[in-house]
Write a protein of this length. Structure first.
Length: 876
């Protein structure tokens, strides 16, 4: 690293260079636009040396480092230091944060800890001002000679300050700067498996890797993830990396692709309906008798193993014997429940088949069926992001899409797997082994870019606690963090629940309450009317600014009490592992602030967690209701919509004033829950005809109107679904139409035309003859259509076209008048023949017994005319 400026006098001559730490940038990027402008107004004063312009700057006491603070208009403290190179902006903190950092010597919450101590800083004289200090140091040339790490610190000139203050700079731009650890992974050749906990920058590394591959490789490259929101996020990051002049270059998108698994499978299986997911399964599960396991656990086992571990494309799921005998390492905690889970899988799959539905695993299977045994997708490289969301069948598809010499880059997080049926890196490695490919080494990331250091520290303590009690493997949390924030707070035990409910009522869309069960979620909604309450299972994969974990231990108090007293039994271990996994996921959802309501206070004095929380008063929860601008509400609405949390999306869009988006979310909610009539009504009001048609078809089907439903699916080009319903109705005409449409879709236009003619659908037959290049047969089909539905108006327009010189219309009129008016028929035939219409030339040759017309038609390849000429020549 090299100092950016050699002389302090030159550096400070006009204005002071400003450098910002990612912690400062990330925190300010989360503020509303007015608050952000207040912060950067303060920074601009520092840059322009306006020491006495209301900054109220002073040096902080009690630190070995020479640290200064300046108060902003919003009452926050801007923490900064001086160096030979300029001013460094470290942190934005409240007064309480500053006091706490003072007490803890920055070891918990501040990035200062990794930088040199400034113990040799001269002491400040009584009543000495910032201006006095700077002037004295300018005279003594004693600025601190600390060098700037250009990879970490961001220079802020005036233009950059303006852009940041007006919100044009997104949080993820900070992430577009790689650490040395990340750079090595980006540039490492071959296949890579990369583990990292939430916020470790896995997606950022994947996107940089994609760009690096694109610069060195002309082949197709695919970024692939389960979550559509993550796919869009990754594409946005990629576009940020591109030079401005290349962002509008369409050619780049001919070999770089960002897709969800559903998109890829849908392109391969074009008739696929919208797949159902966990919300639909949960509705079914609640109706079944003899339920023992939670719905999320049953869903995970059925999706991941019963269906997802079946790699035979011809089967929908494993047979019972294979499932019951599957290796004990796959979900060992569920061995005794496997018979019940298999029954649930059978019920679920039967319901899907009876109603012609698919889930995401079925969609992958259909896509694989469309590939031949040797067929491949031809991608030179594929980047699988958040691979813990993939089943074995998903991995099978990814490997089949990869060119034989292609490379895979997989990111994942073992700690985000809550249920025992979840992801194992061994399943990924097995895919390499099965293909006789070298098994890549598992790499790990060690820095957290998203969550506050205090939250990461608590999360790591939970992993250490789990390790002590249960053993086993885990992805260790990060050793370094770039974000600061409050220490996780335990709400004081004396508080009444109704006081907390009051704080929850006005909660902002980037905050959340996380609960254990659906029952507790419904109760809190009943008490508060707040939509931003989620079960921990639901919240997996979501991110929030602030999270309140609600009464987590209440549901399993006996289990936790036994565990903490050291009396855990072997049979209790699966349940305890699930509990700790659940708590870990809950604790890693917030970026900045974590609050915990735990009346029992069971866990927090365990050795691994002691000192990692503080007690806070209920008034502290007022931060849950911090104001959001309409634009910010809209962003949260889009975020929830992409994750299919439609109730939350509706609320956010309404507060953003986005009525149409709120309507779309309402329609999507009804569609998700099978309320087809209401969904169709909303889509129709919005003018979304395809979505209306889809829901209307489902409505007809639900009402038992099979023929009407089949016709609707046919109109939507969903031929397989239409055919399945038509077979029920035994309507031969409908089945024939579907067969013709299928031939047409497969570009067998001649076959489709003949089938349409058999069904007396002459207009459709004519269209297909034209696509086949058979203009004459198209004209005959149109004549047949005319005879079937003759009207004076149709005749009028054909005559207009014929008079204008259209030879096809001229020949068409000759056919119409053949049995009505011989002279008119001859007139139009001759005009068409003279215009070069081969069929007319052949007909005119017959009428006039003139071989010259046969010859002209033969020259255009007319087979009957050629045969006629051959016969004439043989007679000679």
């Amino acid at each position: 690293m090299t100092p950016l400026f050699l002389s302090p006098h030159n550096a400070w001559k006009m204005s002071i260079p400003i450098f910002a730490h990612p912690s400062f940038l990330n925190k300010t990027a989360l503020l509303s636009s007015p608050d952000r402008q207040a912060i950067y107004k303060c920074v601009e004063k520092l840059r322009n040396k306006q020491w006495d312009a209301g900054l109220r700057a002073k040096r902080l006491k009690g630190f070995s480092q020479r640290i200064w603070e300046a108060r902003t208009d919003r009452g926050d403290r801007l923490l900064f230091t001086f160096g030979r190179e300029g001013i460094r902006l470290w942190e934005l903190a409240s007064h309480d944060d500053v006091e706490r950092m003072n007490r803890r010597s920055f070891t918990e919450d501040s990035p200062f800890v990794s930088y040199p101590s400034l113990e040799d800083a001269p002491s400040l004289q009584e009543n000495e001002s910032l201006s006095d200090w700077i002037e004295r140091d300018l005279e003594e040339d004693s600025f601190l000679p600390i060098e700037i790490d250009q990879e970490l610190w961001r220079p802020l000139d005036r233009e950059e300050l303006l852009r940041l203050s007006h919100g044009d700079d997104l949080v993820h731009k900070i992430e577009l700067r790689l650490t040395e650890e990340q750079k090595k992974l980006v540039e490492k050749p071959g296949n890579i498996l990369l583990s990292g906990t939430a916020g470790s920058g896995k997606t950022t590394v994947a996107v940089f890797r994609l760009l690096d591959l694109a610069n060195r490789n002309s082949g197709k490259i695919l970024y692939l993830a389960q979550n559509p929101w993550l796919v869009r996020y990754a594409r946005d990051l990629f576009e940020e990396l591109l030079p401005a002049d290349r962002r509008e270059d369409e050619t780049i998108w001919k070999h770089i692709f960002f897709k969800s698994v559903q998109e890829v499978a849908g392109e391969m299986f074009k008739e696929a309906p919208q797949p159902v997911g966990y919300p639909f399964f949960k509705l079914l599960f609640k109706r079944w008798p003899d339920r023992v396991l939670p719905p999320a656990t049953a869903w995970s086992e059925i999706r991941s193993i019963v269906k997802g571990a079946c790699l035979d494309p011809s089967r929908d799921f494993l047979d019972k014997e294979s499932y019951l005998n599957i290796g004990k390492k796959r979900a060992p905690d569920l061995q005794e429940f496997r018979p019940e889970l298999f029954r649930n899988a059978e019920r679920y799959q039967k319901h899907l088949m009876d109603h012609r539905m698919l889930d995401a695993v079925d969609l992958i299977r259909r896509a694989l069926r469309s590939l031949t045994s040797e067929e491949r997708g031809g991608y030179a490289a594929i980047l699988l992001d958040e691979v813990q969301d993939f089943t074995e069948l998903h991995l099978e598809l990814a490997f089949r899409l990869l060119d034989r010499s292609g490379t895979l880059f997989c990111t994942g997080d073992l700690n985000q797997v809550i249920n025992p049926s979840g992801f194992r890196w061994e399943e990924v490695k097995k895919q390499f082994f099965r293909r006789s490919m070298a098994i890549p080494e598992l790499k790990s990331l060690s820095t957290n870019f998203r969550s506050a250091g205090s939250i990461v520290e608590l999360s790591e303590g939970l992993l250490e606690f789990r390790q002590r009690l249960l053993g086993g493997l885990s992805e260790r949390a990060q050793s370094a963090c770039l974000q600061s924030g409050d220490i996780p707070g335990l709400i004081e035990n004396t508080v009444e629940k109704k006081e907390i409910f009051e704080a929850i009522r006005g909660m902002a869309g980037d905050s959340a309450v996380l609960v254990r069960s659906e029952t507790e979620k419904e109760r809190i909604f009943f008490e508060t009317g707040c939509e931003f309450v989620f079960t921990v299972e639901e919240a997996k994969g979501l991110e929030f600014d602030t999270v309140l974990i609600w009464d987590f231990f209440n549901g399993e108090k006996d289990l936790w009490n036994k565990s903490l007293r050291g009396k855990i039994l072997a049979k209790d271990r699966p349940a305890l592992r699930y509990e700790i996994n659940l708590l870990y996921v809950a604790a890693t959802r917030p970026r900045r602030k974590l609050r915990i309501f735990d009346p029992g206070g069971l866990l927090w004095e365990e050795p691994e967690l002691r000192g990692k929380t503080i007690e806070v008063r209920v008034e502290d929860l007022s931060s849950l209701a911090h104001p959001l601008s309409p634009a910010e509400w809209g962003e949260r609405g889009s975020y929830f919509f992409a994750h299919e949390f439609f109730d939350q999306a509706i609320t956010c869009f309404q507060r953003a004033g986005e009525k149409e988006l709120a309507s779309r979310a309402r329609a999507a909610k009804n569609e998700q829950s099978g309320n087809w009539a209401e969904a169709a009504r909303i889509y129709e009001e919005m003018g979304d005809r395809p979505a209306f048609g889809r829901c209307f078809a489902h409505k007809l089907e639900a009402e038992g109107k099979n023929e009407a439903a089949a016709f609707q699916w046919l109109a939507l080009d969903c031929l397989e679904k239409a055919q399945a319903i038509a077979r029920k109705s035994k309507n031969r005409e409908l089945l024939g139409l579907i067969e013709a449409a299928s031939l047409e879709k497969n570009e067998d236009f001649a076959g489709a035309a003949k089938k349409y003619e058999q069904l007396s659908r002459f207009d459709q037959a004519a269209e297909n003859w034209e696509l086949e290049g058979e203009k004459s047969r198209a004209a005959i089909a149109r004549w047949q259509a005319y005879r079937k539905e003759a009207t004076p108006e149709r005749l009028h327009w054909f005559e207009k076209a014929a008079e204008g010189g259209n030879v096809h219309s001229q020949f068409f009129l000759s056919l119409i008048f053949a049995s009505l008016d011989g002279e008119k028929a001859r007139h139009w035939t001759k005009l068409a023949a003279q215009g070069g219409h081969a069929e007319a030339q052949y007909h005119l040759g017959i009428i006039e017994n003139d071989a010259a017309w046969f010859y002209k038609a033969s020259e255009q390849g007319h087979p009957e005319a050629q045969l006629k000429l051959a016969c004439l020549f043989s007679e000679e």
